[in-house]
Design a protein around this ligand. Structure first.
Ligand code: GUN
Ligand code: FE
Length: 465
């Protein structure tokens, strides 16, 4: 690109100056003091020690001594549960769902309640470190569309799912039949089509215990038809796994149920083509549009938790390119267990992090990284000494590139990545002597909530604040 065209290019072309950190690989963190991070049309051109000649015309935004990192990607959370996070942490999964979660989600049939609750969820997510998120709503179509509207206004990139559930839950939250649930899903897809730039639908059967075979089969057909990504829960809790065995005695493992109905994602190579339904109806073609990333996430699936996945289930996830959303705080709060993340990384599975609001109480992806490290140490000490704990570099990789890759080229500042960035002010974290940039970042991960300050946020090159 020549100087003239750079000058004329969109407001999404600029340079950020500051102390820049990003993952080069799972183990390696690049740390550049007082570097220049170049964004052209919403896409990173890389990090430089001096401004290259060709970018000399771009505006430089100087963030002084602050730290600049890629955005955080939350692969699993429930927007309607934001209201009761931090309460009701005394039960395990199945009782917790019945006692606290389902009665709360029922309230979203009321439009006023949904508007109030989703408005402050969207506002808080906007102000958090999360730049992209994959979100459960409830079974209710109007509430889900309202949530998508509010998220759209934030400028964050989100995938949002209207939940499907037609069995084993109280009448007040159960869709009456598989057909009714599928019809509502089609209505929601129709009403959300072409309506958003940053927000897109993701199929969301809650989990096998609350979804009949007919429902899963119908969702498998919808996935084929629309080429949509899919999210659910998998092997989170031992009682849940036993229940799935009873409900689906024909299955070889829990994950096999999703696979059987075509809902476990397709091997990555096959999922790269743009489905006709999206390519024909999608009005936007700029790099800002989530559809571009979606073309890469078609038919991909995210499975939250995978605490107790068997060898067979792990093999299936590998074959199908499933993304595992590791949710350490939720797994601790609901006493579910500790997922063997090191094992998943050794096997080169796709792994990202999730806050799992409200199983997890905190919306903070910094807290999520710290929790992932902490529980991995407990697992190593108490369960399996052959699986080393996670390092800070690895947790950072999981929160940025690990989850970001679900959206496409997201989570790094290398040339060609979508420009998602956070600017961190750590000046209130006092220290008696100068720390290295890597030490400052590590400390920020642990102390963000206590004394960190997020002073800048960019998504796809657009400044959020
Ligand atoms: N499994 C099914 N539904 C849920 C939920 O809302 N939260 C968690 N953590 N697990 C689930
Ligand atoms: Fe969940």
């Amino acid at each position: 690109m020549n100087k003239q065209s750079l000058k004329q290019s969109s407001e999404q072309s600029f340079i950020l100056k500051g102390n820049i950190c990003y993952s080069k690989s799972r183990e390696e963190l690049a740390c550049i003091e007082q570097g220049f991070l170049v964004c052209v049309d919403g896409v990173s051109q890389g990090v430089f020690r001096f401004i290259p000649e060709e970018y000399k015309e771009l505006e430089v935004i100087d963030y002084g001594d602050s730290i600049i990192i890629p955005g955080m990607n939350d692969l699993h959370l429930h927007a309607p549960q934001y209201t009761f996070r931090g309460t009701g942490m005394d039960l395990e999964l199945l009782d917790w769902l019945e006692t606290y979660t389902f009665p709360e989600e029922r309230k979203y049939e009321n439009a006023d309640y949904a508007k109030r609750a989703y408005s402050f969820f969207a506002e808080d997510l906007k102000n958090s470190a999360t730049t992209r998120a994959v979100i459960f709503a409830t079974i209710h179509v109007p509430g889900t569309l309202f949530l998508m509207d509010k998220l759209e206004e934030t400028g964050l990139k989100t995938l949002v799912g209207k939940v499907n559930m037609d069995r084993n839950c109280a009448d007040f939250l159960s869709e009456q039949t598989a057909e009714a649930s599928l019809e509502a899903t089609r209505l929601w897809l129709e009403q959300s089509a072409g309506r958003y730039r940053h927000t897109a639908p993701i199929l969301t059967p809650r989990f096998v215990p609350t979804c009949s075979d007919d429902l899963l089969k119908g969702l498998g057909q919808i996935q084929k038809e629309f080429g949509l990504p899919m999210q659910s829960h998998l092997s989170e809790n031992l009682s849940e796994i036993e229940w799935v065995k009873d409900l689906c005695p024909w299955s070889t493992c829990y994950g096999d149920v999703y696979r059987h109905f075509g809902l476990f994602g397709t091997p990555e190579k096959d999922s790269l083509s743009l489905p006709s339904s999206l390519s024909s109806s999608e009005p936007l073609s700029s790099s800002e549009s989530l559809s571009l990333s979606l073309s890469e996430s078609n038919a991909k699936s995210i499975m939250a938790h995978c605490v107790y996945s068997s060898e067979e289930e792990i093999d299936l996830m590998k074959q199908h390119g499933v993304y595992i959303a590791h949710c350490p705080q939720s797994n601790s709060n609901l006493a579910s267990g500790i997922a063997p993340v090191r094992d998943y990384l050794n096997r080169n599975l796709n792994v990202g992090l999730g806050t799992d609001i409200a199983g997890g109480a905190s919306l903070s992806m910094f807290r999520c990284m710290a929790d992932a490290i902490t529980v991995s140490k407990l697992r190593w000490r108490l369960v399996d000494q052959s699986l080393k704990p996670l390092t800070a570099e690895e947790a950072f990789y999981l929160a940025t590139i690990g989850g970001g890759s679900f959206f496409g080229k997201v989570g790094s500042f290398e040339n060609g990545y979508e420009f998602d960035a956070l600017v961190l002010d750590d000046s209130r974290m006092r220290t008696a002597e100068k720390l290295s940039l890597k030490e400052r970042l590590e400390r920020y991960i642990y102390l963000a909530e206590e004394s960190g300050k997020l002073i800048g946020k960019y998504v796809g090159g657009k400044q959020i604040f």
